[in-house]
Design a protein around this ligand. Structure first.
Ligand code: C2E
Ligand code: MG
Ligand code: MG
Length: 673
């Protein structure tokens, strides 16, 4: 199983598309944008602070130039400056220009040559390199630049300002002032850090206020999205997945891993007589019934199966476990039983039957539409037949594949692909296996082991029933001979169809087969369903008489599902009555069914009929049937259909675990199947 399908009604989580965690995204996004905004602001502030500091330095240079210009002489610009004049200038600069943050100061002529520099600087005689700034200063604008300058033997970053001056003789020059850049940068940094701290605190508190609001908003949004998504994919009334969701999950399941074809079963369920309930009790009670059925279906599907309401009184189930027809029919039986439990609606006890059609992938299709359509076709066949039905091409009258299916079955019979399994029929007094029913299967080369429901329709419609019955009779009489030769004292039951009884050659064929295998006719029982017996009574009776004359026994199969009474059947030459498994299974839950079974057994005994109960599935079934005096039991609890050579071991196991306790309500018998 690919494991992604949410089981049952499919919760919101099954959508696989939860809305994104918006709260975290918003938190992250807002934190990022706020952080980015703050960083930009800080860069800007830092730039602004630095500009301010630089402006102060420039102003200072300008003021310094003003302060010294009246004491400068035109001869100072001609140079060289005498030692004495130099000392005078040193004093002048000490007093008016230099301060804690001024590293050096110098006087340059208009051609850029430095004529004087304060102590510690050796630039006198050099020419200023920045001609552009010099030119700008001489034009009247104080200009500045960032330089590295040697101070006391080490390089220092300095902020250099050029301030112009004009002397009395109109000669011009530039006062150069180098300010230590460290304190300027430090002041800018201090201002920036203060602003940064305040700004971050404000932004953080803003973000903290915003976050819970965003969180609650996104949570509410998520909840609403969940609700909307749930409503889009679920049925309002029952809460089950709806058709859309079912289709989606089916699509997903069909998207097999590369290379492996998808294997699954689709069940299409339709409630019988739902319309009557709706009309008789009203819409509200109809809805109540649908809700009850939905809840039961959701209860009996396993975690990896999906159940959905497809509309009206139709339900769908998807199972990836049921990959063979036998297991799909077992799932259908589980669903059918759950639906059929009685329920009380509007004070009325109702029993609803579900008709179940099954389509399997890949045998019947590999797309959603194909599978649903075929499960639907099978469902209609199930309605007619009264039992869950696996799709077969024979059912699809319009299908061009029908002929192909018939051809395949003909070839299958010829190449001996049919196999017969045997289900023990157990004496309820002592646990002895008295007989075995032959049940045909088709080991299909591609589709695996197919149950009879899958191909009997095609055999019927394709005119292959005679071949099929002949095959089963041959095969099982051979097996019966083998059992008898091995000392196993059991009889054989073989199912025959309406077609067989309509064929005048049938009794002779049976006689020949009995003789060929050296089998005593009294060891053979032919099972005929109620409906077959009643369809063409005159002709059927004549055929049955001919068989009975040979010494073969006739059993009435599936008794109770049709509408006949024992009174109608008593004229037929039948010796055995097989009570349908639907009665046996409802004995547990319905006292009136238990009474019907008991009185049927009693009446059958009075008519000298031997009674076999089908579908003995639990110890409780067994106990009730024993109490009711039933002769023979057949069912999964006593033994499933098995290959012929396993009947001996089944018989041994049954005998050794049998508890003779007819009075006890529950017989502790070990399972054998
Ligand atoms: P049936 O004759 O009523 O056979 C009994 C069916 O009930 C078998 O199904 C058997 O496997 C199933 N069964 C037995 N015990 C239990 C139980 O405890 N619980 C449940 N739920 N089911 C149980 P299968 O083998 O699928 O056969 C279905 C039907 O197909 C048979 O019903 C019979 O009508 C028909 N069939 C089978 N083999 C042949 C055959 O060789 N020829 C003809 N004409 N029909 C056949
Ligand atoms: Mg039968
Ligand atoms: Mg039956």
């Amino acid at each position: 199983m690919r494991g992604t399908h949410q089981a049952k009604a499919g919760g919101a989580a099954s959508l696989g598309q939860r809305p994104p965690r918006l709260d975290f995204r918003v938190a992250l996004f807002s934190a990022l944008t706020l952080g980015l905004g703050a960083a930009t602001l800080l860069v800007f502030i830092r730039h602004f602070e630095r500009n301010r500091a630089e402006e102060t330095a420039t102003l200072h240079a300008s003021a310094a130039a003003q302060a010294v210009v009246d004491r400068l002489q035109p001869s100072d610009l001609e140079g060289p400056i005498s030692a004495e004049r130099r000392r005078e200038l040193d004093r002048l600069f000490d007093a008016r220009v230099l301060d804690d943050v001024t590293l050096t100061s110098a006087i340059a002529r208009s051609d850029g040559r430095v004529v004087y520099a304060t102590r510690g600087s050796d630039v006198v005689g050099t020419v200023l390199t920045s001609r552009e700034l010099l030119g700008r200063a001489l034009a009247g604008t104080v200009s500045s630049e960032l330089v590295t300058t040697p101070v006391d033997g080490s390089e220092r970053k300095a902020f250099r300002a050029y301030a112009p001056f004009r002397l009395a003789d109109d000669s011009t020059g530039v006062l150069v002032v180098d300010k230590d850049y460290g304190p300027i940068a430090a002041a800018a940094r201090r201002a920036t850090i203060t602003v940064a701290v305040v700004l971050e605190l404000v932004l953080l508190s803003l973000w903290l206020c915003l976050f819970p609001i965003m969180r609650s908003v996104t949570r509410r949004m998520n909840r609403q999205l969940d609700t909307i998504a749930h409503q889009a994919l679920h049925d309002d009334l029952t809460g089950l997945a709806n058709r859309t969701q079912f289709g989606k999950q089916l699509d997903e399941a069909l998207e097999a891993e590369a290379g492996t074809p998808p294997r699954l079963a689709v069940f299409f369920i339709d409630l019988e007589r739902f319309k009557e309930v709706n009309d008789a009790l009203g819409h509200d009670y109809g809805n109540e019934l649908l809700t009850v059925v939905a809840a039961r279906l959701a209860d009996v599907v396993t975690d990896d199966e999906v159940v959905a309401r497809l509309g009206g009184d139709e339900f769908g189930v998807l199972s990836e476990r049921a990959i063979e027809e036998v297991s799909a029919l077992a799932v259908a039986e589980r669903l059918r039983t759950a639906i059929a439990l009685p329920c009380e609606i509007a004070g009325v006890s109702l029993e609803v039957q579900g008709s179940i059609g099954i389509a399997m992938a890949p045998e019947h299709g590999t797309t959603r539409d194909e599978l649903l359509r075929r499960a639907d076709i099978a469902m209609y066949a199930a309605k007619r037949g009264g039992a869950p039905q696996v799709f077969s091409h024979g059912l699809d009258d319009n299908s061009p594949l029908r002929l192909a299916m018939t051809g395949e079955l003909r070839r299958g019979i010829e190449s001996r692909e049919l196999v017969v399994e045997y289900q023990p029929q157990v004496d309820l007094r002592d646990g002895t296996v008295r007989g075995a029913e032959a049940l045909v299967r088709w080991r299909h080369p591609r589709r695996g082991l197919l149950g009879p429901e899958a191909f009997l329709g095609a055999a019927e419609q394709g005119g292959l029933m005679r071949n099929l019955t002949r095959y089963v009779v041959e095969e099982s009489l051979g097996q019966l001979r083998a059992w008898r030769s091995a000392g196993l004292d059991i009889d054989l039951a073989v199912n025959v169809s309406a077609r067989d009884l309509a064929d005048a050659r049938f009794p002779d064929e049976v006689a020949r087969a009995l003789a060929d295998h050296g089998v005593d006719p009294s060891w053979l029982e032919l099972e005929v369903t109620e409906s077959v017996l009643l369809s063409d009574r005159l002709r059927t009776s004549r055929m049955l008489e001919r068989l009975v004359e040979q010494g073969v026994r006739i059993a009435i199969d599936d008794f109770g599902v049709g509408y006949s009474s024992l009174g109608q059947l008593k004229t037929l030459p039948a010796k055995v009555l097989k009570i349908d498994r639907s009665f046996v299974s409802s004995m547990e839950s319905d006292r009136s069914d238990e009474a019907i079974v008991s009185s049927t057994i009693e009446l059958a005994h009075r008519l000298s009929l031997h009674v076999i109960a089908e579908g003995v599935e639990t110890p409780a079934h067994l106990a009730r049937l024993r109490t009711a005096g039933c002769d023979i039991g057949q069912g999964h609890f006593l033994g499933r259909p098995v290959p012929g050579d396993q009947i001996v071991s089944t018989a041994h196991a049954l005998r050794s675990s049998w508890v003779p306790a007819p009075e006890a309500d529950v017989v502790p018998l070990r399972r054998t199947g």
